[in-house]
Design a protein around this ligand. Structure first.
Ligand SMILES: Cc1cc2nc3c(=O)[nH]c(=O)nc-3n(C[C@H](O)[C@H](O)[C@H](O)COP(=O)(O)OP(=O)(O)OC[C@H]3O[C@@H](n4cnc5c(N)ncnc54)[C@H](O)[C@@H]3O)c2cc1C
Length: 498
């Protein structure tokens, strides 16, 4: 109880971890408290796009789109191993938005951000492109444009690692149950799987609890709470629907749009948008949502997708700032935050996107300058995320280097390690010279060296943490022996008990 942290953060999603990284890089002492696993909630349930959001142009959200496009380029620069350019095909059909409107929208999208280095959009036609092959013959023209895709939970983890590497204390399975201002400081009570409940103190508090933001705001007795609407979005994963690495943007009759994206050698389809009646703890896809997704895809693709092809689903909640004058789908996706300076400062974060987490984190930590006047400016715009230091090489060069360095690794396994870890894979590959030296085999492409790394360095404490958030092997290799993995983790994890 002796330590007084500069900043305590509640919530280990992308926004909490982004704030932890920004603050730690500026030299502040940080503790981050996550009730479950890092990225276990909204930040592993997104569509996994780092994008400006083409459709927000229709709602005249130019500021949000410009900010997000700027961030897209920054994230492509600082994390090229997990943020990748993604080509999108936008098929055009007469009854949809007029083609001139789509062209205008794409022109604005191409030019809104000055630092954008992705190729510009262009019109395409069935006659001279294979992209239309999987689509019904009624779709003959459209546009090609670029955005970026990522692995949302790994992006979150990389921010937590960045924070840890700069001194932050990242505590998972640590639920904040009581919050009080005591003598100008915050006192938080934490219920943890590993320890009996304990208390920590901090000079400032950031509420980054996502869909639970107002539950935590209530605990903190916040006076400036804002009303939120929880909107559920669901996705399905089916076996690869078409060949190629491009994605599709489909327009539904109801004016909503839907993405069809290559995902882990399969195809990801999402998302829906439904008002959430239940509690944040119990979100899952409904039959209506499945039908909605299938109906839209089957309107475009020749291969008729059926329910039984679904391999995996996930749902997440967007905590949007309520706006009585707008329908749910028109409520802003931009973030907002309140800063309370009476007594120990409290910052409460509402909404946001994976794409804009970095800019949000800069603003949040800047807002604490009155408390930490010596603090430097944010450096996250130029600081590579862990795994992205390729020693003057580009990621492509590093991929070639790795092929020479680890000739005994199967190309598909090496590729998975590269795309998941970048140079972080060297942590667990350094002592290895053969497949046998990767240690115990749990099935699929999962070996002990990787599991040990994930337990020791990336806070993995359960089979689910490892199979679904740190890797996606739970989706791609369901044959992995989850019981054996869980037993192994149980035997090998170091739990600090007080
Ligand atoms: C369906 C869907 C699709 C999306 N697609 C995209 C996309 O393609 N691109 C994009 O940029 N954005 C997308 N988003 C938005 C993006 O996913 C969210 O903005 C982002 O993940 C929010 O992160 P967060 O850190 O605020 O919340 P979360 O990730 O939910 O993190 C909050 C954390 O707080 C923890 N917590 C709560 N209470 C406590 C407590 N008392 N003690 C300790 N911990 C606590 C929770 O366990 C949780 O882990 C999408 C969102 C949804 C729902």
């Amino acid at each position: 109880m002796d330590t007084v942290f500069d900043v305590a953060i509640i919530g280990g999603g992308i926004n909490g971890c982004g704030c932890a990284a920004d603050a730690a890089l500026r030299g502040l002492s940080v503790v981050l408290l996550e009730q479950d696993d890092l990225a276990s909630k909204t930040s592993s349930s997104s569509t996994k796009l780092i994008h400006g959001g083409l459709r927000y142009l229709e709602q005249f959200e130019f500021g949000l789109v410009r900010k997000a496009l700027n961030e897209r380029q920054i994230l492509l620069n600082v994390a090229p191993h997990i943020v990748r350019p993604q080509a999108f095909i936008l098929p055009y059909e007469k009854h949809m938005r007029p083609s001139w409107l789509l062209r205008l929208g794409l022109f604005v999208y191409d030019h809104l951000s000055r630092n954008n280095k992705l190729p510009k959009s262009r019109s395409i036609h069935r006659k001279n492109s294979a992209w239309f092959n999987p689509l019904f013959d009624t779709f003959n023209q459209g546009a090609l444009y670029y955005d970026a895709a990522t692995d949302d939970s790994r992006l979150t983890l990389l921010n937590a690692l960045q924070a840890k590497n700069h001194g932050a204390s990242i505590r998972t399975t640590s639920r904040v149950t009581h919050i009080e201002r005591v003598e100008g400081l915050w006192e938080l009570t934490i219920a943890s799987k590993a320890k009996t409940p304990y208390t920590i103190r901090a000079k400032s508090l950031i509420n980054a609890a996502g869909p639970w933001v107002n539950t935590v705001a209530n605990l903190a007795n916040a006076k400036d709470m804002r009303q939120i609407t929880l909107v559920k979005g669901s996705h399905i994963v089916i076996p690869k629907l078409y060949s190629g690495n491009h994605a599709y943007l489909l327009q539904h009759d109801d004016k909503r749009i839907l993405f069809v994206i290559p995902y882990q050698n399969n195809t990801l389809i999402g998302t829906t948008e439904v008002n959430c009646a239940g509690t944040p703890e119990t979100v899952s896809i409904s039959d209506n949502e499945i039908n909605y997704l299938l109906e839209t895809v089957n309107h475009y693709f020749k291969h008729k997708v059926s329910k039984k092809e679904i391999i995996y689903t996930w749902s997440g909640l967007r905590p949007l700032l309520s706006d009585d004058s707008k329908e749910m789908q028109h409520m802003s996706r931009d973030y907002a935050y309140t800063v309370s300076k009476s007594g120990a400062p409290l910052i409460t974060i509402y909404g946001g996107k994976i794409t804009t987490y970095r800019q949000l984190s800069v603003e949040i930590i800047d807002a604490l300058r009155f408390l930490f006047p010596q603090m430097g400016a944010s450096t996250t715009q130029k600081t590579l995320l862990p795994g992205a230091s390729f020693n003057q090489m580009t990621f492509q060069d590093y991929q070639s280097y790795a092929i020479n360095q680890y000739p005994w690794l199967e190309p598909s396994l090496l590729n998975r390690y590269l795309e998941q870890y970048g140079t972080l894979m060297e942590h667990f590959l350094a002592p290895c010279t053969s497949i046998a030296s990767l240690g115990r085999h749990f099935g699929g492409s999962l070996y002990q060296q990787e599991v040990d790394y994930l337990i020791n360095e990336e806070w993995g404490t359960t089979a689910e943490d490892i199979l679904f958030r740190r890797t996606k092997l739970g989706i791609t290799h369901p044959e992995i022996n989850q019981v054996a993995l869980a037993d192994y983790i149980e035997e090998n994890i170091f739990i600090e008990v007080t």
